[in-house]
Design a protein around this ligand. Structure first.
Ligand SMILES: C[S@@+](CC[C@H](N)C(=O)[O-])C[C@H]1O[C@@H](n2cnc3c(N)ncnc32)[C@H](O)[C@@H]1O
Length: 230
C-alpha cells in the first residue's frame, strides 16, 4: 500500500477544494475585482508574510492589515505567524468571501489562538479610514485590473496608514502584460501598462526586495516596500 504524504489531511483538502470553487465562481462573476482564478498557494502566502516574522521591532506586538483577503488563503498563514498581542484587520468587499472569512476565523485551527484579535471588515480598503496605523500590510489587491489613478490612491493610502519603518508586501502575476499585449483590447493593455508604471514608481522609491514565486497558479512576483523612518 502506498503511504500518504505526512501533510495529507482530507479535511484540509476538502476545504481547499471548496475555497477554490468559491473563488473561481467569484472570478467568473467579477474578474475585475477578484483578479485571479484561484486562491494564492502556500509558497506565495509564505513569501508574502515574510515581514510578520522579520518584524520592525522583534520585542513589540504589531498591527497587521490584509486588504483583499479573498477566501483567506494568505490570512491563514498570517494567523499562523502572529505572536502574542499582534492584531489582524482583514478587508474584503465581496460578501461571499466575507462570509467565508468569518467562518474561517471561527473554526480554522490556524486562528484558534488569535481569533479575538482578528477583525473582518466588509468594504474597500480605503473605506477603513486613516485613524489606525499598521506595522505590516500584506496586500492581495489585483493592481493589474485597476486604473493608474486607483493604484495611486491605494498606494498613497497604504503609506498614510503604515507606521514609519513599516512594511508593505504585495503581489501580481508574471507575464500578464505580455499575454495582454497579444490577446487583450489595446485600451486594456494600455490601462495595465499605465497602472504598472505607478506600481514601479513606488517600488523604485521604497522597494527593499522583490521575488518570484513560480510554484503558484499562476506564477507570481512579489514586491516588499518599506516606509522611511524620518
Ligand atoms: C487576487 S484576490 C486575492 C485573494 C487572497 N488574498 C489570495 O491571495 O488568495 C483579490 C481580492 O481583493 C479583493 N478586492 C478588490 N478590490 C479591493 C479593494 N479596493 N479593497 C479591498 N479588497 C479588494 C477582491 O474581492 C479579492 O478577494
Amino acid at each position: 500500500m502506498t503511504a500518504l504524504p505526512r501533510s495529507y489531511d482530507p479535511q484540509r483538502l476538502g476545504v481547499s477544494l471548496r475555497d477554490a470553487g468559491l473563488f473561481l465562481r467569484q472570478a467568473v462573476r467579477t474578474f475585475r475585482a477578484t483578479g485571479a482564478i484561484a486562491p494564492s498557494g502556500q509558497a506565495l502566502a509564505g513569501a508574502l508574510t515574510r515581514y510578520i516574522d522579520q518584524r520592525p521591532d522583534q520585542d513589540s506586538p504589531i498591527a497587521i492589515l490584509e486588504p483583499g483577503s479573498g477566501t483567506g488563503a494568505v490570512s491563514r498563514t498570517i494567523a499562523a505567524h502572529m505572536r502574542e498581542g499582534d492584531t489582524l484587520d482583514m478587508v474584503e468587499p465581496n460578501a461571499e468571501f466575507v462570509e467565508r472569512l468569518n467562518a474561517l476565523v471561527g473554526t480554522d485551527p490556524s486562528f484558534a489562538e488569535v481569533a479575538d484579535r482578528v477583525t473582518v471588515h466588509q468594504g474597500l480598503v480605503t473605506d477603513l479610514g486613516t485613524d489606525r496605523r499598521f506595522d505590516v500590510i500584506v496586500s492581495g489587491l489585483p493592481f493589474a485590473n485597476f486604473t493608474a489613478d486607483e493604484v495611486r490612491e491605494i498606494m498613497e493610502y497604504y503609506f498614510q496608514v503604515l507606521r514609519p519603518g513599516g512594511y508593505l508586501s504585495f503581489f501580481g502575476y508574471l507575464y500578464t502584460k505580455q499575454v495582454k499585449a497579444i490577446i487583450a483590447p489595446r485600451e486594456d493593455y494600455l490601462r495595465q501598462a499605465r497602472s504598472s508604471w505607478v506600481v514601479q514608481d513606488w517600488v523604485d522609491r521604497y522597494g527593499v526586495g522583490s521575488e518570484r514565486v513560480l510554484p503558484n497558479l499562476p506564477p507570481a512576483w512579489i514586491h516588499h516596500l518599506r516606509k522611511p523612518v524620518d
